[in-house]
Design a protein around this ligand. Structure first.
Ligand code: KG4
Ligand code: ZN
Length: 360
């Protein structure tokens, strides 16, 4: 019997199991080795931020080329640093989508090659499931739970009725939160990625310029940030035309307060409506001080447990991909070797298969 057929929740025929994971969906090349689905033995991330900064955002062609340059070294280093021998790797997980197609392809090709060479199963994994399951690397997840996913490419409220089941109850209709932060930061002449600069200014500001909040329809959990972004640009233009000095920290704080009010407000409302037992915050923007503080306070007031991964597990990394792939590993749901990178991959369709036992 192969290791894959012998797997259990606690190991492969009594011994621990190891997933090797690869993430290349955007501008980070990452590889990780995770033991028993939760113990991170290594998690290497090579960021391309310095390369893309000069262009003010991620250039897909350059991202793919950089992944090709880094992937072998990052993989070798992740395996070496984990202390695990190649023959102890039980499955290879890789981000299949969503993401930049050329970037995803680099990881997918490497993962297929490794799975074939090591003769172990391949697990094509959803990037957002990875962001959500980063939380399982730091704490116990309970169900039903509500995940607020905020990153440079995604803004979603995801209901997890059971382990590994994903239902999107709200999503952005235009920009992702991180994208809005980066665009506002750019208008204020900060380098890419601008989110952390706006966050810092907002913390330092003594006052806030009041900006609109996009609540949309009363029963909607969707988001929209394009109106807010336009309001910020209008403030900048207004000051410029009048020759007035712009209060940049007050504008940053006004922008941040509007974003944080709306995303936390909708997350708490959804948590109440769906009667969840836990809130999860994840994605690169989970690093935002204002967002973490407010969501922490609201969850405390509501008596709702909250998990937020540490910074290095919030931004793109391969350990989170292993954490999500573990859902499939434990159920024996593997991906054929002829799978393709899927830039538009559906999170809901990636949910684990519903079994008789899980439906009870
Ligand atoms: O999850 P992530 O690393 O990459 C994607 O999958 O998109 O998120 C990166 C995004 C960038 O837009 C960056 O500006 C934003 O997260 N970000 C922040 C903060 N730190 C990172 N946005 C607001 N405040 C922060 N402190
Ligand atoms: Zn991401």
């Amino acid at each position: 019997m192969t290791a894959a057929e012998n797997r259990t929740e606690t190991g492969v025929a009594g011994r621990p199991y190891h997933l090797l994971a690869i993430e290349t969906s955007c501008d980070e090349t990452s590889a990780a080795v995770v033991r028993n689905g939760r113990e991170v033995l290594s998690n290497l991330v090579s960021s391309q931020i310095d390369t893309h900064r000069q262009f003010g955002g991620v250039v897909p062609e350059i991202a793919s080329r950089k992944h090709v340059e880094s992937i072998t070294v990052i993989l070798e280093e992740a395996i070496r640093a984990s202390g695990v021998a190649l023959h102890q790797i039980d499955a290879v997980a890789v981000t299949q989508g969503p993401g930049l197609v050329g970037a995803l392809l680099v990881g997918v090709v490497a993962a297929k090659g490794l799975a074939m060479a090591l003769d172990v199963p391949l697990i094509g994994t959803h990037h957002i499931a990875g962001h959500i399951y980063a939380n399982r690397l730091i704490g116990e997840m309970v169900y039903p739970s509500m995940a607020l996913v905020v990153s440079g490419g995604h803004t979603e409220l995801v209901l997890l009725e059971r382990e590994g089941s994903f239902r999107i109850v709200g999503r952005t209709r235009d920009d992702a939160v991180g994208e809005a932060y980066d665009k506002v930061a750019r208008a204020l002449k900060f380098p890419y990625p601008g989110g952390p600069h706006v966050d810092r200014l907002a913390q330092e500001a003594a006052e806030a310029i009041e900006l609109p909040r996009a609540w949309l329809e009363p029963d909607s959990y969707d988001f929209s940030f394009s109106g807010l972004k336009s309001a910020v640009l209008a403030e900048i233009n207004r000051a410029g035309m009048k020759g007035e000095a712009l209060n940049i920290p007050a504008l940053a704080r006004g922008f941040q307060e509007s974003v944080v009010d709306v995303v936390t407000g909708k997350a708490m409302k959804a948590a109440r409506e769906f009667g969840v037992r836990q809130m999860l915050l994840c994605g690169g923007v989970a690093a935002n001080r204002g967002l973490r503080d407010k969501l922490t306070r609201l969850c405390e007031e509501a008596g709702l447990p909250l998990l937020i991964p540490p910074l290095k597990l919030c931004t793109d990394n391969a350990a989170m991909i292993a954490a999500a792939a573990d859902l499939k590993w434990r159920r024996g749901e593997f991906t054929p070797l002829d799978m393709k990178a899927d830039p538009q991959m559906s999170l809901e369709a990636w949910s684990v298969k519903e079994t008789e036992a899980s439906r009870l």
